[in-house]
Ligand binder design. Structure first.
Ligand SMILES: Cc1cc2nc3c(=O)[nH]c(=O)nc-3n(C[C@H](O)[C@H](O)[C@H](O)COP(=O)(O)OP(=O)(O)OC[C@H]3O[C@@H](n4cnc5c(N)ncnc54)[C@H](O)[C@@H]3O)c2cc1C
Length: 317
């Protein structure tokens, strides 16, 4: 990291999803003059989806890009300084903290709000992109409602996959749980719940190699016991294909300074966005292995800004 400081700010927000923009709304209304860097995906994950039907305040639903533009405009209205740029390095060894933007500019900040989100993992088959928003989803809570009384598949064998399968079983007619291994990695309790749910069928030792359908997903091409002498091709008819093979929190540049769990989610003090470093807060999906929703991200962005204001006030800054 370069030593030359280009700018000093009181509140720096990294990320422009619901958490980052909400933090910017609250921080600017609290006179913290926040600077927000949008990163490579201005507006965050919701810009990749069409209808958002579960964000409060929009009785008819709203598209993801429109919702994020509304949040951005609301933050701009109160004077948030929103910029295009990516945080590429950090030095959180002592306050004020130093954040490098785009590998060149260094910003010194009294408080830092990390709202860099998490990215869903995909299998890596081209059809996942072909059918994005047309039957492929990485979030059962977000999209399950669209598959009421339909047939869906969930890919994965861990706790999250089991949770998603059980959630979807409450909505869909039939759920296939596609598991690569001959067993589930999930906890015993989750396994029992899956096996006791009549409309979940577990397909052990199946790999997904493709999806098919005219104007959306109509089925999946699977291979049973792939690579074995008795390997068998199996096609299943489905309306929706849910990935549940994990997320990658965007926390790499903060890891030298902050505690994370084994997956990389930033650890915060329970019920708060406070990290182990004073004045550094984490909000939204980057610190949330459990909910990963727009409204929970926005809520924690609000909390982070309130915490930043209180921290500065206590420090007399
Ligand atoms: C296809 C899809 C559909 C969804 N549908 C719904 C839904 O209907 N309802 C719902 O509640 N939730 C939905 N979700 C989940 C929801 O989008 C997330 O929970 C929410 O966006 C998380 O917000 P966030 O602010 O934590 O981060 P994100 O939205 O992930 O945004 C992260 C931000 O950080 C930025 N960033 C990352 N690294 C850096 C860096 N180094 N420097 C600067 N910036 C950086 C990115 O550019 C981005 O702006 C959906 C998700 C997806 C993928």
């Amino acid at each position: 990291m370069s030593d030359s400081i280009n700018e000093k700010v009181r509140c720096l927000i990294i990320g422009s999803g619901p958490a980052g923009y909400t933090a910017a709304i609250y921080a600017s209304r609290a006179n913290l003059s926040p600077v927000l860097y949008e990163g490579i995906q201005p507006g965050g994950q919701l810009t990749t989806t069409t209808e958002v039907e579960n964000f409060p305040g929009y009785p008819e639903g709203i598209t993801g890009p429109e919702l994020m533009e509304d949040l951005k405009q609301q933050a701009l209205r109160f004077g948030a300084d929103i910029r295009f740029g990516i945080a590429t390095a950090t030095d959180l060894s002592a306050a004020p903290y130093k954040i490098t933007i785009d590998g060149e500019k260094v910003i010194e900040t009294e408080t830092l709000i990390i709202a860099t989100g998490a990215t869903a993992k995909y299998l890596g088959i081209p059809d996942e992109h072909k059918y994005a928003g047309m039957g492929v989803s990485a979030c059962a809570t977000c999209d399950g409602f669209f598959y009421r009384k339909k047939v869906v598949a969930v890919v994965g064998g861990g706790d999250t996959a089991c949770e998603e399968a059980i959630y979807l079983a409450g909505l869909a007619k039939q759920v296939y749980l596609i598991v690569r291994k001959p067993y589930l990695r999930a906890s015993k309790v989750m396994q029992d719940r899956v096996f006791n749910t009549p409309n979940i069928m577990v397909l052990f030792e199946h790999n997904t190699i493709g999806l098919f359908g005219e104007n959306g997903v109509e089925g999946a091409h699977l291979v049973k016991r792939m690579g074995e002498p008795d390997e068998e091709k199996v096609d299943i008819a489905i309306d929706g294909f849910f990935l549940a093979i994990g997320h990658k929190p965007n926390s790499d540049i903060f890891k030298p300074w902050l505690e994370t769990d084994e997956i990389g989610y930033i650890k915060t003090i329970p019920d708060t966005p406070r990290t182990t470093v004073p004045g550094v807060f984490a909000a939204g999906d980057v610190a949330d292995p459990h909910y990963r929703q727009a409204i929970t991200a926005a809520g924690s962005g609000c909390k982070a800004a309130i915490e930043a204001e209180r921290y500065l006030s206590e420090m007399g800054k």
